[in-house]
Design a protein around this ligand. Structure first.
Ligand code: ZN
Ligand code: MN
Length: 443
């Protein structure tokens, strides 16, 4: 679609299930994946008459934590509202959500876009609500499982800032990483812990057109991509024919390999939102906010830049090592231990360790659960003899061959092989790969 005369405009709603022990408004266990249907239920999450909701404090804390990590403003006054509609997976006939006073508004995520370089995706709001039950369609009947009913669900809504499917992809990965760093959800799309609802429209000028198509029922990024690609094609064809696509909700049908209309887009007033009368408004005072602020760990972007700077790692290496905080911690612990070894006081030896440990974790797909940092260090010592290379000999070889050094710096790669050959002669017992690294770091 690179040569298309239309600009793709995408906005995103992402729902994430919080990994709290209990549900949003009752004491039932929130775990529902692989659980015997309808065993984690009570009068509250079954919507029985007279049952009263009690908000889960941890879910509120985590929503605020996420809001802060996204750079949002946390609203001092917040409340829950009822969103009224009927569906078999919603026994109360309304969902408790947040309408005009969400916990957090106005944040951002910085992404790297292939087309546009570094750009900001604005977060419009972050609010907290409850999940619905789950329908399972079988031949001739539909079964309902209420284990998921009332599980805390945080919704992150962006402004329509995406201009390509790639940008959506990059954003989702960053959001997922952030959520995992905060430890508030596994954000696993396969398990339905993270679900997407993209809105898409096409524009000739880049200005928001008067319609948008909301895509529902998407449970993997692969389907989101397919549905978005399909919509770009469908809407382009309509516009080319001089028609305006209608505002509507469409679902992805894997069987038809197409998006299919579900309903004409409803407006907010169709839901008859009103304040939830059984839950008092929530006042988030300074003390509460400060307590949550103090829980924010080092965030992925900060960790990534620190890894590049402190350990001299490449963007690629630092990116993989900070993919999750466990791997990052593992790397740092290993380096800390390696520094205690004799011979690591020189900068070169240290740089080699930083690089070698990074490469071992990345290339050998090391299980950080099964291999202790000390074991990794032992294994590296055994096979590579990295720190046993006498660095003064490397310097000598370079000094003795100034022409080869000049040639290499001028871009003659053959000069590198020559220097390596000289080095192998000078240090016959050293591991070749270690010598390559030593040479590279000196050149
Ligand atoms: Zn319950
Ligand atoms: Mn929602």
């Amino acid at each position: 679609m690179a040569n298309s005369k239309y600009i793709t405009i995408i906005g995103l709603e992402v729902h994430v299930e919080l990994a709290t022990n209990s549900k949003m408004f009752c004491g039932c266990p929130a775990e529902h994946f692989g659980v015997e249907p309808n065993t984690h239920t009570c009068p509250v999450c079954l919507g029985l008459p007279g049952a009263l909701p009690v908000p889960n404090k941890k879910a509120i804390d985590w929503t605020i934590l996420l809001g802060l990590a996204l750079g949002c403003q946390i609203n001092e006054h917040s409340k829950f509202d009822r969103k009224n509609y009927f569906y078999p997976d919603l026994p109360k006939g309304y969902q408790i959500t947040q309408y005009d006073q969400p916990f957090a508004t106005g944040g951002q995520i910085r992404i790297m876009s292939q087309e546009a370089g570094e750009k900001i995706i604005r977060i419009r709001r972050v609010h907290l609500e409850e999940d619905t039950g789950k329908l399972q369609h079988q031949t001739g009947m539909t079964l309902v499982d209420f284990n998921r009913s009332g599980v805390p669900l945080v919704e992150i809504v962006t402004e329509p800032d995406f201009r390509s499917i790639e940008e959506v992809d990059v954003y989702l990965k960053k959001l997922q990483r952030l959520i995992r760093y905060l430890g508030i959800s596994n954000a696993d799309m396969e398990k339905g812990s993270m679900r997407l609802e993209p809105s898409i429209s096409l524009s000739k000028t880049g200005e928001l057109p008067a319609y948008r198509v909301e895509l529902k029922n998407i449970n993997s990024f692969r389907f989101a991509r397919k549905a978005l690609e399909y919509e770009i094609k469908r809407q382009t064809e309509l516009l080319e024919a001089g028609e305006r696509p209608t505002q509507q909700t469409r679902g992805w049908s894997e069987a038809k390999n197409a998006t299919v209309p579900q309903r004409e887009k409803e407006e907010a007033h169709d839901y008859r939102y009103f304040p939830e009368p059984d839950i008092p408004p929530i006042h988030i005072d300074k003390g509460w906010l400060e307590a949550i602020k103090s829980q924010i760990p080092e965030l992925p972007d900060d960790k990534l830049s620190r890894f590049k700077e402190k350990y001299g790692l490449s963007e690629y290496q630092a990116n993989i090592l900070t993919e999750d905080s466990k791997t990052a911690d593992y790397y740092e612990e290993t380096i800390k231990q390696a520094r205690k070894l004799p011979g690591t006081d020189s900068q070169l030896a240290l740089d080699m360790w930083r690089n070698t440990v990074a490469n071992w974790i990345i290339n050998k797909k090391l299980s950080t659960e099964e291999t202790m940092p000390a074991q990794l260090i032992g294994a590296i010592l055994k096979t590579k003899q990295t720190i046993e290379i006498d660095i003064t000999r490397v310097d000598e070889v370079l000094e003795q061959n100034p022409q080869a050094v000049t040639d290499y710096k001028a871009g003659k790669t053959a000069a590198f092989s020559f220097l390596l050959g000289q080095l192998l002669k000078a240090l016959p017992s050293a591991e070749k790969s270690a010598l390559i690294e030593a040479l590279k770091s000196k050149l």
